[in-house]
Design a protein around this ligand. Structure first.
Ligand code: PLP
Length: 398
């Protein structure tokens, strides 16, 4: 019996694999510190929990509209209106079981076999896997040489007659880069010139630090409103990853298609979780501010520690909750007699010797790097950084 070519090509999520290995070691009593997980460690906002409890008690346990509860779509509409001064109608908003399926439903609506989508690397790996699942191709534009910010001239070169769209993720996973006005304006102009769609994933928009601010593409360049799909959700801003609620905001001509795909793929997102998301949007603002402050403190702690370590380099992140560290100097070196052939070996040796979990950069189309998430307490970050420093000190360079 055969397995489809599409499934055979698909790689399991490296992030989830690292998290699973760290959890197994922890279950065996090892003092693991995980910088692997791509999720906030905070509790969900009390408002979200209260709304969910009420929904269960009141029997809100049936199918909802496939595109989401009217109340929740209205709350998302109102959020976009007050935060970004954007006017969407309810029909343009699709609530899904996380941003991830909405991205896939968007790609299903745009990509035919052989089509290409520009993806800036380092990149969240699901973009690439989802494009491939549709027999499309990712056109990777490497940003590691340009401070993790896309260069327009290089991007232009990646566009071919088969290109259908450009995927933008700011604040960025895994680099923490926040794209500025010039970059966004230039990409928008390029998309207009080449007649391309833009998928604008702003799932980390509430998490920027220092002087950085998140810019919504449509607030900046209203001219691309008819070619841009915004992707967002409650996972990162409200620490609600497990509830699985995301939203897409799209021009009419594509919103209906995304909704139709969802209708056949999942139907509505979990009804209780939708009520929880409504509670978060209505009552969780103060929680978001508190979490952002805490993340900001942790970022400073991590960056201060990393700055004192040998053999590594990194760009100071301005958003999300990751630091993406260049470990290329150590490749070909050794640890305890074991050769470090790549970022996978590096992470394995780090986990096995110091019980510190990090995700290999290869999982983000950026070999020779590791991603450290700072979704841990200050004490854990300091302890984990001490261990990483010790690990680096013991590496014999090539
Ligand atoms: C860049 C990016 N987009 C989208 C998602 C998906 O978020 P969710 O499906 O939890 O809403 C993630 C999660 O890690 C992400 O990092």
């Amino acid at each position: 019996m055969k397995i489809s070519a599409r499934a055979s090509r698909m790689e399991p999520s490296a992030t989830l694999a690292v998290v699973a290995k760290a959890k197994t070691l922890k279950a065996h009593g090892k003092p693991v510190i995980s910088f692997g997980a791509g999720e906030p460690d905070f509790d969900s906002p009390p408002g979200a929990v209260r709304y969910a409890e009420k929904a269960i008690r009141e029997g809100q346990t049936h199918y909802t509209q496939s595109n989401g509860l009217p109340e929740l779509r209205e709350a998302v509409r109102s959020y976009y209106s007050s935060r970004f001064r954007l006017d969407f109608r309810a029909e343009q908003i699709i609530i899904g079981a996380g941003a991830k399926p909405l991205l896939y439903e968007t790609l299903v609506s745009l990509v035919d076999p052989g089509d290409e989508v520009v993806v800036f690397s380092p990149a969240w790996v699901s973009y690439v896997e989802q494009i491939r699942l549709l027999d499309g191709h990712e056109a990777i534009v490497d940003t590691t040489g340009t401070g993790c910010i896309p260069d327009t001239a290089i991007t232009r070169k990646a566009i071919t007659p088969r290109t259908v769209g450009i995927l933008i993720n700011t604040p960025n996973n895994p680099t923490g880069a926040v794209y500025g006005e010039k970059t966004l304006r230039e990409i928008a102009s390029l998309a207009i010139e080449k007649d391309l769609w833009i998928i604008f994933d702003e799932i980390y928009e509430r998490l920027t630090y220092g002087s950085a601010t998140h810019l919504n593409l449509l607030s900046l360049v209203p001219d691309v409103a008819d070619r841009t799909i915004l992707i967002n959700g409650v996972s990162k801003a409200f620490a609600m990853t497990g509830w699985r609620i995301g939203y897409a905001l799209a021009p009419d001509r594509i919103a209906g298609k995304i909704g139709a795909v969802q209708g056949h793929l999942t139907s509505n997102a979990c009804s209780i979780a939708q009520w929880a998301a409504l509670g978060a949007l209505r009552e969780g603002e103060a929680d978001v501010v508190k979490m952002r402050e805490e993340f900001s403190n942790r970022l400073n702690l991590m960056v201060d520690s990393l700055g004192k370590m040998p053999h590594i380099a990194f760009t100071i992140p301005q958003g999300a909750f990751y630091v993406f560290v260049d470990i290329r100097k150590t490749i070909g070196g050794s640890f305890d007699g074991r050769v470090i052939r790549g970022d996978g070996d590096f992470c394995e040796a780090l986990l096995e010797s110091e019980y510190v979990a990090a995700v290999p950069g290869s999982a983000f189309v950026a070999p020779g790097h590791i991603r450290l998430a700072y979704a841990n307490s200050a004490e854990e970050i300091l302890d984990g950084m001490k261990r990483l420093h010790r690990f680096l000190d013991r590496i014999v360079l090539p």
